[in-house]
Design a protein around this ligand. Sequence first.
Ligand SMILES: *Cc1c(COP(=O)(O)O)cnc(C)c1O
Length: 398
Amino acid sequence: MNTEEVKALYDKYLMPTYSPAMAIKKAKGSRVYDLDKSIQYYDMTSGIGCHNAGHCTEGVVAAIAEQAAKLGHCSNLFMNDVTPRLAKKLVEISGLGGKVFFCNSGAEANEAAIKLARKWGAANGGRYEIVTMRNGFHGRTLATVAATGQSWCQEGYEPLPVGFNYADFNDLESVKAAISDQTVAIMLEAVQGEGGVTPATEEFMAGVRALCDERNLVMICDEVQCGMGRTGKWWGWQNYSVKPDLFTSAKSLADGVPMGALVSNAKFADVFTPGSHASTFGGNPLACAAALATIKIIEDEKLLDAAAKKGELLKAALQSFAEKYDKVLDVRGLGLMLGMVVDGDPKAVVDQFRAFNVLALTAGGNVVRFLPTLSMTEDHLEEAVDMMSEALDELWGE
Ligand SMILES: *Cc1c(COP(=O)(O)O)cnc(C)c1O
C-alpha cells in the first residue's frame, strides 16, 4: 500500500479525531521512514514521548517476543513473575517507598490517582476536590478532561464530573485561592508538556508540597510526559527538592507498548483495597516485560546523563536560533524536553522542519516542542540541528 491508499482507508474507516501528517513504514533508533518515499526522518517526537529508549530497541523487541511466546496475559486473578518485578523497580527508581497500580494509558493512570485521592478523602473529612493547573494536561477520559481545565478539550462533553478547581501554574497564591474545605489533592506536571513545555519553578514545587503538608492534601505529579528519563532524571519531580505522594507514568513506560502506572509513597500504598479499583489488562506480563527491558536500557546506556547532556546541546542550538531570528521568542524546558516559543503558528515551523526531514511537535499555542529519543546520538542530533537551521533559513531568512 502507498500513502494515498492508506489515507483513503483512514478517511473511510477511522473516526476523524486526528489529522496525521504522513504515513510511516518503519523506525529504528531515532529515525523513522516514510511509507512510500523511503525518506529518512530524524524523529524529534519519539511518538509523542513514547520512545525515550529509542524505536525498535533490540532489548525491548526481544523482551516482547520472548514474553509473548511464554505468557502474554493471565489476568489479575492470578500472579505471574514479571509484574511484581516491575513494581519493585518503579518503587526503587522513585525512592517513594510505596506501591504501584498498573493500567494501560496516561489518562487511566491519572484516573487511578484521582480515585485514590477521593477514596482517601472520603475517609478523611469527606473531601473530594482536586486543584489542577490551567494549561496542564491530564488526558481525555471525562474525569481527566475535567482535570485538564482547558475549554478546547471540554467543549461538547458537558456535564463534566465535578470536583476540579483550577489554579495558575507557577503561582502559589492562585493555588492557595483554589483550595477549599473540600480539597483533597493538588495535581500538576513538573514540566507541563502539552501546555507549552513549561517547567515548574523550585519555589512553586516546594510551595505546593508545603501547602499539601499544611492542609493534609495529596500531592500528585503527572509524570506521563516528563517522566522515564525525559528531563535527565527518572522523574521530572526529581529535579526539585520535594517528593509527591503519588505520581503517574505512561507514554515511555514500556517504550511503545501501551501501559500506565500509578506509584505511591508508603502513606498511600494501601488506600485501594481488593475490588476497589481494577484494570483487566493492567500490568499484564507482556507490557511489564517491555517496561523492564526499557528501564534496563535506560540504565545500561546511561540515558539519564545522556538526556541531560544532549538536552544542553539541543538547548544551545535552539538558543542560537533565538539569537538569529526575532521570530523565536524563548527557549525553555528540562533535559530533552524542550520548547522553542515562536511568534506565530508553531505548526508552520513543524511543517517546514518536516519538509527538511526532521519531525517535531507543537505545544500550547505558540511552542515548537522537541522530544527526541534519549538514545539519539550526538552526531544525529547535530545533523538534525543543521537540517532545522536550513529549514529556518528558508522560512525566515532574508
Ligand atoms: C499524554 C499525556 C496524558 C494522557 O496520556 P494517554 O496515554 O494519552 O491517556 C496525560 N498526562 C500528560 C502529562 C500527558 O502528556
